[in-house]
Design a protein around this ligand. Structure first.
Ligand SMILES: [Zn+2]
Length: 335
């Protein structure tokens, strides 16, 4: 059975000296201090330690073979989005990251598909990069759950949705820049509490502002099984019904109607929760994702799914059909 992991991250092993080029600091790069391990640095500040599978496409392929997974959809690591940079500099960073991913996909066309990154701080520059990436073979983009604290409901992002719909580029929404992080550094709370809330923030912003209504062919996937959205859909719907003066001001359609119209990945780490999201979304809207190579991901690449009591059809939907449809690509590409 074809297995496609649609949620994985990668970065270049060497980055340009952006601080010197642009004249200000804060960009991410790797410091290769010993074989197979590197320090991810944000300017001069240590961010996290990563291993070779974070930057080396060749060693990831046998790693995936251990879990019978042939294809990885790669995108950058959200901390590299650089939305905070000046507009043109953000475009330069995006172009560099996209050229890197395009090279990998060209070199290993049976093993890799790419999601581009775009300078969301400058929606007008995003469109040209989307068009360039489409020509380079990208099947979609990954963007953050907020853009420098602004929600995806802002009208200024409409040109991005319009271009993605027109070009047929899928959109993955990934949590980052977590709300409240300064107040909850302890216990890894930005990752454990902030990330699921961020994804729901993005999904609710796109639903309530009518983005999914105005761009009906836009193919959106929300990371980490939609964050907290599906677990709280009853509350979200009740809020829509009891305070339409606050909630239904831009879109009169019940938020529950959108469930099953977008895609989510399967990263739940919990069989009951996966059964629940399958029931809510339908198996054709739940994709195999891992968040490889990071420790909070499902690094056994869908193993728990094969151990659940799911029909072969449902497993096949999760392992490949949902992702093929989300990305609008033909299965034969990998056979
Ligand atoms: Zn991720």
């Amino acid at each position: 059975m074809l297995k496609i992991d649609m949620h994985t991250h990668i970065m270049p092993d060497k980055m340009p000296d952006w601080a010197q080029k642009f004249g200000y600091d804060g960009f991410i790069h790797l410091e290769h201090h010993k074989a197979g391990v590197a320090r991810m640095m944000q300017g001069e500040k240590f961010f996290r330690e990563v291993e070779q599978n974070c930057w080396d496409p060749a060693i990831r392929i046998p790693d995936y073979e251990k879990y019978n997974t042939q294809v990885q959809v790669i995108c950058t690591i959200p901390v590299l989005f650089s939305y905070w940079a000046k507009a043109q500099d953000g475009l330069d960073v995006s172009r560099f990251l996209n050229d890197h991913i395009a090279d990998i996909v060209n070199k290993y066309p049976k093993n890799y598909l790419g999601l581009a990154t775009i300078p969301m701080q400058a929606p007008e520059l995003c469109v040209q990069e989307l068009e360039r990436c489409k020509k380079m073979g990208f099947v979609g983009i990954q963007i953050g759950s907020n853009i420098n604290d602004e929600n995806l409901s802002e009208a200024k992002f409409d040109p991005v949705w319009e271009a993605c719909e027109r070009l047929g580029m899928a959109v993955m929404i990934h949590p980052w820049n977590m709300m409240g992080k300064a107040q909850m550094e302890k216990y890894w709370l930005p990752w454990l509490v902030g990330m699921p809330a961020e994804t729901s923030r993005a999904a609710c912003s796109m639903i309530f502002s009518g983005v999914l209504e105005r761009y009906p062919k836009l193919r959106v996937c929300f990371s980490h099984a939609g964050g907290s959205l599906l677990a709280t859909i009853g509350r979200v719907e009740h809020g829509f019904n009891c305070r339409p003066d606050l909630v239904a001001i831009d879109n009169p359609i019940n938020p529950r109607e959108y469930i099953g119209k977008f895609w989510i990945d399967c990263i739940t780490h919990d069989e009951d929760m996966l059964n629940y999201v399958l029931k809510m979304q339908g198996s054709k809207k739940v994709c195999l994702g891992s968040d490889y190579p990071f420790p909070l991901g499902d690094l056994e690449i869908g193993k728990f799914i094969t151990e659940m009591d799911l029909s072969e059809g449902v497993v096949e939907d999760i392992f490949c059909n949902s992702t093929l449809e989300w990305l609008d690509i033909d299965k034969n590409r990998f056979l």
